[in-house]
Write a protein that binds this ligand. Structure first.
Ligand code: ZN
Length: 116
């Protein structure tokens, strides 16, 4: 078994947020789609809210899935050496960030940082 900490960090960086968003969306959809027998007076007063929140949750889950597949696609291309990023270290895609000391970039694949 290969315990590559850098790989774990990379996967968290790539898939952490989209996975979280997808799970939130799915959780919202599950919570808002209760069976009809469970509908009481209290929850029927809540139903207009649920009618709005359900599509929002569905959109959230959809966005998360699209993002997730995009990250997978990037990882796949990076592993095959087809991804031409700006990282001097590994050739990965860098994300631009605004730090306290100005703008900098963080590599999404290896975590290398540099200014600019
Ligand atoms: Zn890199």
């Amino acid at each position: 078994m290969n315990m590559d900490i850098t790989a774990i960090e990379r996967h968290l960086r790539l898939f952490g947020l989209p996975t979280f968003i997808t799970l939130m969306g799915i959780a919202g959809m599950v919570l808002l789609s209760e069976p009809a027998e469970a509908v009481s007076i209290a929850s029927s007063a809540f139903s207009p809210v649920a009618n709005v929140l359900f599509p929002v949750s569905a959109a959230l889950a959809f966005t998360g899935l699209v993002w997730l597949s995009w990250s997978l696609w990037q990882l796949y291309r990076w592993k095959n050496g087809n991804l031409v990023g700006e990282c001097h270290n590994c050739g990965g895609v860098m994300s631009h960030k605004d730090g306290r000391y100005g703008t900098y970039r963080v590599c999404k694949m290896c975590g290398a940082k540099r200014e600019g």
